[in-house]
Design a protein around this ligand. Structure first.
Ligand SMILES: CC(C)(COP(=O)(O)OP(=O)(O)OC[C@H]1O[C@@H](n2cnc3c(N)ncnc32)[C@H](O)[C@@H]1OP(=O)(O)O)[C@@H](O)C(=O)NCCC(=O)NCCS
Length: 189
């Protein structure tokens, strides 16, 4: 039986260019650089951070979620620099239904290099092969073309359009729901 018995730290996941690991208080400056970036926050739930203390509080929140097993958020470390350049998340994990939702963000300097595809692919391997999930979902603003391209490249299909699902500081936002079933995952990814 698969469980979330990972103790108080997330398992380390590795890809060619990235290491996905538990965030620590020492990562606050790097996390701030990602979540203070207006480009990153354009379609994210929340406004850009303005002080590094907000990143420290965010890391503490992430730890609390792990302790309660409500959400699992890894730091994404670039091997060449050793810096945290983003995060990726498994949330709404349901073992009875064998499904979870995925979320991800990289600092905008790191876009356009295939790094997000690499990290989401690693998360999918973890979700399907280690957690033995059957279905992974994503919830994306329809204007977030980069995210939609990435997910569709990895085999996700658009399954529904939900109008005005979020009310952010700026506006109401629609959502495209996407899903990937275990047997639909492209073999080459
Ligand atoms: C969504 C997000 C992670 C996508 O990042 P990204 O860099 O566009 O995605 P990828 O890493 O898959 O990169 C794909 C691009 O890299 C290029 N690329 C370069 N080298 C590559 C390689 N080795 N492998 C694959 N693609 C490569 C691809 O051609 C593609 O280019 P294109 O954008 O011109 O089509 C990023 O925009 C982001 O963090 N946004 C803010 C947070 C957010 O909105 N998250 C999603 C919430 S649902």
């Amino acid at each position: 039986m698969t469980t979330f018995d990972w103790g108080d730290r997330l398992p380390v996941l590795e890809t060619g260019r990235l290491v996905l690991r538990h965030l620590t208080p020492a990562d606050a400056a790097d996390v701030f650089a990602v979540f203070s970036d207006p480009e990153v926050m354009r379609y994210w739930d929340g406004v850009p951070m303005t002080a590094v203390e907000q990143a420290s509080a965010y890391i503490a929140e992430i730890d609390e979620h792990l302790r309660r097993r409500t959400l699992f958020q890894w730091g994404v470390v670039e091997r060449t620099s050793g810096s945290v350049i983003g995060t990726c998340t498994l949330l709404h994990v349901s073992m009875p239904h064998q499904r979870a939702e995925i979320g991800f963000a990289l600092g905008s300097r790191h876009w356009g290099k295939g790094l997000a595809t690499e990290l989401v692919d690693a998360m999918l391997t973890f979700a399907f092969d280690r957690l033995l999930l059957h279905r992974v979902e994503a919830d994306v603003d329809p204007r977030n073309e980069r995210s939609l391209r990435l997910l569709e490249r990895l085999g996700f299909r658009r399954e529904g359009y939900l109008r005005q699902r979020y009310y952010t500081a700026r506006e109401r936002q629609d959502t495209v729901m996407l899903g990937l079933l275990r047997h639909e995952r492209p073999a080459a990814s």
